[in-house]
Design a protein around this ligand. Structure first.
Ligand code: SAM
Length: 291
């Protein structure tokens, strides 16, 4: 790959704050030294900062000696606040959006305000920096050429089941965010739906207790039988391969259907899931369970 030698890096004019612009500013995911020089400049110079958690963000800004008017913008006020922020941007003010950690719009309400600005013709620019998903992927040791970001899995059983059905034969490396209190359940679900694949559990990235555990789903389950999940996790899971396809379900079709039913699926849902997993027509599974 060749890189342009001239004009590869821009400084100066590009860094001047432009009124009427929304700046998405990435903040550290644990290590304060990861806040970029440009992020600090933007945060110091915009008219106001919209933050997911004004208390946390106020602390972050004060660590860097920045004092700015803060407006809260989070999941439960994003409609009303999004409109107010967009009105102020249209009047020529500049705003930096920061979320709890990492890159705004990745698994946080940033996505909605970018859409709103796009609809209203308001310029948006991004000050890139830490993102837990990409940091984990790069450390995973798994294929990085093609990947899919899945964010948080739903807590709703039906949505979760549908998502797993969609992903069972996903060939790209998959990245999930997970809270510690859901880790054991999610690992158990991975084993059921994906089989015993490679997985890398990335915990407390960039922090003092950063841990990268490259293992398999079944070994991760073993590990967390005797250890309490703590801290923030990104789970990076190997994509489906022909090998994982033959290893991770019972030989017997009826037993395979029964395993899906035991998870709460109806008979028809279980037949469909089983057929998809085995790559055979539904009629084959239907006949096997009704013989
Ligand atoms: N916008 C953020 C980003 O760019 O990564 C993600 C926000 S999302 C609400 C928070 C989730 O990201 C956490 O529950 C965890 O799964 C993951 N995460 C954030 N910081 C992390 C860290 N230091 N180590 C591991 N996972 C982290």
């Amino acid at each position: 790959m060749s890189y342009p030698k001239k004009n590869m890096y821009t400084t100066g004019e590009k860094n001047a704050i432009v009124g009427g612009t929304l700046y998405l500013v990435a903040t550290p995911i644990g290590n304060l030294a990861d806040l970029s020089e440009r992020a600090l400049k933007v945060l110091s110079e915009v008219d106001f900062v919209a933050a997911e958690d004004t208390r946390n963000s106020g602390l972050l800004l004060s660590r860097f000696g920045i004092s700015k008017p803060l407006i809260s913008y989070f999941e439960h006020n994003k409609r009303e606040r999004g409109g107010i922020i967009a009105d102020r941007l249209e009047k020529g003010e500049s705003c930096a959006l920061i979320t709890d950690a990492g890159t705004p719009a990745i698994s946080d309400p940033g996505e909605d305000i970018v859409r709103l600005c796009a609809e209203r013709g308001i310029p948006v620019t991004s000050i890139p920096g830490a993102c837990a998903a990409i940091t984990a992927l790069t450390l995973s040791g798994l294929a990085t050429g093609r990947f899919t970001f899945e964010g948080f899995l739903s807590g709703n059983k039906t949505d979760r089941r549908e998502r797993f059905a969609e992903l069972a034969e996903e060939r790209r490396t998959m990245i999930f965010y997970e809270a510690p209190h859901h880790l054991r359940q999610t690992l158990a679900d991975f084993l059921t739906h994906f089989g015993d694949r490679k997985i890398t559990l990335c915990r407390e990235l960039t922090k003092l207790n950063e841990e990268v555990f490259r293992t398999t789903v079944s070994q991760a389950i073993e590990e967390y039988k005797t250890r309490d999940p703590r801290g923030e996790y990104v789970l990076v899971v190997e994509g489906f391969t022909a090998l994982s396809g033959v290893q991770d379900y019972p030989e017997d079709i009826a037993e395979h259907v029964a395993a899906f039913e035991a998870e709460g699926m109806s008979r028809m849902e279980a037949i469909k899931a089983c057929a998809k997993k085995r790559g055979v027509p539904k009629s084959v599974v239907y006949d096997a369970v009704n013989k």
